[in-house]
Design a protein around this ligand. Structure first.
Ligand code: 2ND
Ligand code: ZN
Length: 357
C-alpha cells in the first residue's frame, strides 16, 4: 500500500484540540513585532529563527522547552500584536485543512505593557474572528474555540477561570492549566476547578506529560478534568504483552472515554517519548483509548496538524480510516455544543473521508 502523502492529508478536514497560540507564531511575525518593541531575538532572519526554536525546544526537558516561550510571549503584549498573531493562527490552521481548532493561551502572560485581562482576551477573540473570516473568503471554513490557560506555578487560576466563564458566550469554550508539571500538581488549583464545575463549564488539564500517573489521577479524580492535555504517561498503567493488562486508572480513563490530547512531536522533544515510532500513541490506539492527535506548539516543533498525521502514517502505517478515527475522536471531544460537533462530523468530516477511504 502506498503511504498517504502530506499534500493529501492537508486537503482532508482535521480537528485540533491542543494548540498553543504563543507556540504557533510565524517566525517572520516574531521578527517584525520584536523590532517594533525592541525585543532582542537569537536571530533576526526568519528561517534561522524558526530553526533556532526547534533546536532549542529539542531539549529533552519540559522546563527547557518552555524557556523558548520567552521570545514569543515578549512580542504578544499589545492589542494589535495579539490580534495579528491570532488572525495569522486562524489563517495558518485553515490553510493546513483544519476545520475545527481549540487554541489556548495564558492571558496572565500578556499584561506587561499595561493591558487588562479582558483586553487581552478581546484582542485574541477579535483576531481569531478576523482570521477565520479571511480564511472563509478564500474558501476555507474554520471554526475556532478559545481555551484560557492558567499557569500552574502561578496563583491566578481562580481569576482566569472566572475570566473564561465571563467570555463563554463570546468564543471562549474552555479552561486549561499549563507550565512545568513536576512540583506543581493540579490540586493546587482545586478551587478554580470546583468553580468551573459549578458553572457547568469545560476544562482540560496538562497532565501525564513530564510527570506520571499521580498527576493524571489528580487531574481526573480530584479536579474532574474533561480531557487530559497529553496524558501520554497513562501507558505506565498498562502492562504490555500479547494481551495488555490495564491498571485501575488506565481502565477508568478508557472506560469513561476520557480524551487524550496526544502531541507526538512535542513529546519527543521534551523526552516524554523516545521517538515517533515508539510513541505510546500506537498502543493507546490499538487499545482504543479516546486518542486525538495534536500539534501542541507548531513553532517549537516545526510542525502542523497535517505533518503530525503524516509522521504517524509513516511510523505506524495508518491509512485514511485511522486518520478519520482520530479526527472524529477529536470532534466528539470538543468543548462546543453537541449539535455543533455533530454537524461538523456529519456535514464536513464524514463526507470528505468517504471519498478518500
Ligand atoms: O506541552 C506543554 N506543557 C506544559 N506547558 C506548556 C506546553 N506547551 C506550552 N506550554 C505553556 C507555555 C505557554 O506560554 C503556556 C500558555 O500557552 O503554556
Ligand atoms: Zn500543551
Amino acid at each position: 500500500m502506498v503511504a498517504i502523502a502530506l499534500d493529501d492529508i492537508v486537503k482532508a478536514p482535521k480537528a485540533l484540540l491542543h494548540d498553543h497560540l504563543d507556540g504557533g507564531l510565524r517566525p517572520a511575525t516574531i521578527v517584525d513585532l520584536a523590532g517594533a518593541v525592541g525585543h532582542q531575538l537569537p536571530h533576526t532572519d526568519p528561517d534561522e529563527l524558526g530553526r533556532w526554536f526547534v533546536a532549542a525546544a529539542d531539549s529533552g526537558s519540559l522546563e527547557r522547552y518552555l524557556e523558548t516561550f520567552a521570545h514569543t510571549v515578549a512580542v504578544m503584549q499589545t492589542a494589535p500584536a495579539l490580534h495579528r498573531v491570532a488572525a495569522e493562527c486562524a489563517l495558518d490552521l485553515a490553510a493546513d485543512g483544519v476545520v475545527y481548532a481549540e487554541v489556548r493561551f495564558a492571558p496572565e502572560q500578556h499584561l506587561s505593557r499595561g493591558l487588562t485581562l479582558d483586553q487581552v482576551v478581546e484582542a485574541v477573540l477579535a483576531g481569531f474572528a478576523d482570521g477565520a473570516a479571511q480564511a472563509a473568503e478564500a474558501g476555507r471554513q474554520i471554526r475556532i474555540g478559545t481555551l484560557l490557560t492558567a499557569m500552574r506555578h502561578a496563583a491566578r487560576s481562580q481569576e482566569i477561570a472566572e475570566l473564561a466563564v465571563r467570555y463563554r458566550d463570546a468564543g471562549v469554550v474552555g479552561f486549561d492549566i499549563a507550565g512545568a508539571e513536576a512540583g506543581f500538581p493540579p490540586t493546587r488549583h482545586l478551587d478554580a476547578f470546583e468553580y468551573l464545575q459549578r458553572e457547568n463549564f469545560h476544562f482540560t488539564i496538562h497532565a501525564g506529560e513530564a510527570f506520571g500517573l499521580p498527576s493524571i489521577w489528580q487531574a481526573i479524580q480530584w479536579c474532574g478534568a474533561d480531557r487530559l492535555g497529553h496524558g501520554v504517561r497513562i501507558v505506565d498503567d498498562v502492562t504490555p504483552g500479547s494481551s495488555p493488562v490495564l491498571g485501575r486508572l488506565a481502565a477508568y480513563v478508557r472506560d469513561k472515554r476520557i480524551p487524550l490530547e496526544l502531541c507526538p512531536s512535542s513529546n519527543v522533544q521534551t523526552g516524554a517519548a523516545t521517538s515517533i515510532a515508539e510513541h505510546p500513541i500506537g498502543l493507546l490506539r490499538d487499545l482504543r483509548f479516546r486518542v486525538t492527535v495534536n500539534t501542541d506548539n507548531r513553532l517549537m516543533s516545526g510542525t502542523s496538524m497535517s505533518r503530525e498525521m503524516a509522521l504517524l502514517v509513516e511510523a505506524f502505517g495508518y491509512g485514511w480510516a485511522e486518520l478519520q478515527w482520530f479526527t472524529i475522536n477529536a470532534m466528539k471531544s470538543a468543548f462546543i455544543p453537541f449539535d455543533e460537533r455533530l454537524a461538523i462530523i456529519n456535514e464536513v468530516i464524514k463526507p470528505a473521508y468517504a471519498k478518500l477511504i
